[in-house]
Ligand binder design. Structure first.
Ligand code: AMP
Ligand code: MG
Length: 479
């Protein structure tokens, strides 16, 4: 297929960081969905992507021109426990250089076993790969940094989970797959020079403005903390619950990665957990900022040898950066919530105003997304928030607060229309699309993707997809 322009900068790191690994061929690859606009952005020939040859490439049966397939090594804390991990079912074909000069990883997820597979089969099932496709593309449309999905192809083989499922391969596009866990791996299994090479690589790839500065590794730590703080504030603002915030799923680029048991919250409740395996609620909605900060503290730990030659001073520096990070998380979160309330300036009482609204949302079990829509439009039909005791007083205070900014209520409404989505991927809508897609009918998923593409548009067509199901929802680790 034409259009591939693959480079391999990651593979220039020491051999410790990866294993050469060919994808394992599959029986009969067949397209399920291709992301044409993304393909075009990447400089790929979209017609060729849709051809048989395209299906062969996107399933791992035929290597694209210039591919040098590898599996990446990494470690990570999973539910608080440190383990050696690595790409157990993902194969990096290389880094595509787009016509705009952007470098992105092209990874086949579900492409067969690797030296890091442990007991896994290296494969993926169709429904979870389509789920990643839908949610990652929805996140992108919401304006939230995320890995993208280029394609899903069926393999013509079955994968065994509790039952036999249709096998599939997802092509994932990412700014990189460098994770906190990659640094933990280097710190644990490499020597100091491996860690330096990895940190320099991450700087060149994601933070080139820092290269050559006096304290590059300190600034790397700070920059990653800042990007993660901005990311998590955006998750919180749309009610996104990742579900598996292990350190191997925390990127250095600041992109959302690994859509396993993730889902969007309906009724506001900070204790919301969807993942069936998260029994203690470690990764509940309300815990996401503190867990992200915990993961970043593991990043700081991995970087210790680079922060100062004196280990005591290195720890002091790391601790100061993590404390600064806690403040940054708080500031980003408040600023996202201010924007959701249409507040373009800052006042001392804003944090309290936000906290009181969240209490009202919680006590009235109001739908998170639709309550902010009601606040935007002023139409509270079927919005339980309006019935909460204390809402009228809160609303009066909020309206006064809006008057104290330039542009008053009109400016607030303009800002709110940009910051409050009319539509998120509602759990029952996603499940419905996946159910029929697995039976061969892709039309429901296509309709869902079309509306999710434009989440801030407040048209009647959008509202048809905006209702919560009202049913309890459980997700299973996306395998
Ligand atoms: P995840 O929960 O998707 O972040 O994956 C955690 C780890 O398990 C990573 O090292 C994955 O590569 C590995 N893994 C997940 N599913 C499989 C599978 N079916 N076969 C091999 N490895 C897997
Ligand atoms: Mg992962």
């Amino acid at each position: 297929m034409t259009g591939w322009k693959l480079e391999h900068s990651y593979a220039e790191l020491p051999q410790l960081f990866f294993s050469h690994q060919f994808p394992a061929p599959v029986r009969s690859p067949e397209h399920i969905i291709i992301n044409d606009p993304l393909g075009l952005q990447l400089g790929l020939d979209v017609d060729a992507l849709h051809s048989q040859e395209g299906a062969a490439e996107l399933s791992g049966n035929k290597l694209p021109a210039g591919a040098k397939p590898i599996a990446q090594a990494y470690a990570g804390h999973q539910y608080g426990h440190f383990t050696m991990l690595g790409d157990g079912r993902a194969i990096l074909l290389g880094e595509q250089i787009s016509p705009a000069g952007k470098r992105v990883d092209i990874q086949l997820k579900g492409a067969g076993p690797t030296p890091y597979s442990r007991l896994g089969d290296g494969r993926a099932a169709l429904a979870p790969m389509l789920r990643e496709y839908i949610i990652s593309e929805a996140m992108h449309a919401l304006g939230i940094p995320t890995t993208r999905s280029l394609a899903v192809v069926k393999t013509g083989e079955q994968v065994w989970r509790e039952t036999a499922l249709t096998g599939a391969v997802l092509t994932r596009v990412a700014e990189s797959h460098l994770r906190v866990g990659t640094f933990q791996f280097a710190a644990q299994y490499g020597n100091r020079s491996d860690l330096v090479l990895l940190a320099d690589y991450a700087l060149r790839r994601h933070y080139p403005q820092i290269v050559g500065s006096e304290h590059p590794y300190l600034l790397l730590l700070r920059a990653v903390i800042d990007r993660q703080a901005a990311l998590i504030a955006q998750w919180q603002a749309v009610g996104f619950i990742h579900g598996v915030m292990n350190t191997d799923n925390t990127t250095i680029s600041g992109e959302t990665i690994d859509y396993g048991p993730c889902a969007f919250m309906d009724a506001y409740d900070p204790n919301t957990v969807f993942s069936s395996i998260d029994q203690h609620g470690r990764y509940a909605y309300g815990n996401q900022p503190s867990i992200a900060l915990w993961n970043l503290a593991r990043f700081a730990e991995a970087l210790l040898p680079l922060l100062h030659h004196d280990s005591k001073q290195a720890v002091d520096i790391a601790q100061a950066e993590v404390s600064r990070g806690a403040d940054m998380f708080h500031r980003q979160s408040l600023s996202a919530m201010r924007a959701k309330l249409g507040l373009g300036n800052e006042e001392a009482g804003d944090a309290a105003l936000v906290a009181q609204l969240l209490d009202l949302l919680h006590s009235s079990a109001a739908d998170f997304t639709n309550s902010f829509l009601a606040l935007t439009s002023g139409n509270f039909d079927s919005c339980t928030l309006a019935e909460a005791t204390g809402f009228a007083e809160w609303r009066a205070r909020w309206e006064h607060r809006q008057q104290r900014q330039t542009g008053g209520r009109a400016a607030a409404e303009r800002l709110m229309r940009k910051t409050n989505p009319a539509l998120i991927p509602r759990n029952h809508r996603v499940e419905e699309a996946l159910d029929v897609a697995c039976q061969g009918d892709l039309s429901v998923m296509a309709r869902l993707l079309a509306v999710l593409h434009n989440p801030y548009s407040m048209t009647p067509q959008q509202y048809a997809f905006a209702a919560p199901s009202g049913m309890p929802y459980r997700t299973f680790c996306g395998t």
